[in-house]
Design a protein. Structure first.
Length: 88
């Protein structure tokens, strides 16, 4: 399905807002690149729907602040799987 750019921006923004999704999760869900999601919700959405843009920006800022925690947890789980539950 092909969206008009501003319709796609609104759909991406709505999805991020409703699911508190990351850019990567949103890109996978809509079948577009992370760059497309980021550009749509930061540049295009700010012009087409400022209210939605500000709400989405809060979610993206929260995700950015938490990403180091998610990365650390992913690494911890990786090593637990590699070395067994008792090692760490």
């Amino acid at each position: 399905m092909r969206f008009d750019v501003y319709e796609r921006c609104a759909a991406l923004g709505q999805y991020i807002l409703e699911n508190r999704a990351t850019v990567r999760e949103t890109a996978a869900r809509f079948g577009v690149s992370k760059s497309t999601v980021h550009k749509d919700v930061t540049e295009h959405l700010s012009r087409s729907n400022p209210a939605l843009f500000h709400a989405v920006k809060e979610v993206l800022d929260t995700n950015k602040a938490e990403r180091h925690l998610r990365g650390g947890e992913a690494t911890r789980l990786k090593y637990l799987r590699l070395h067994g539950q008792g090692g760490i």
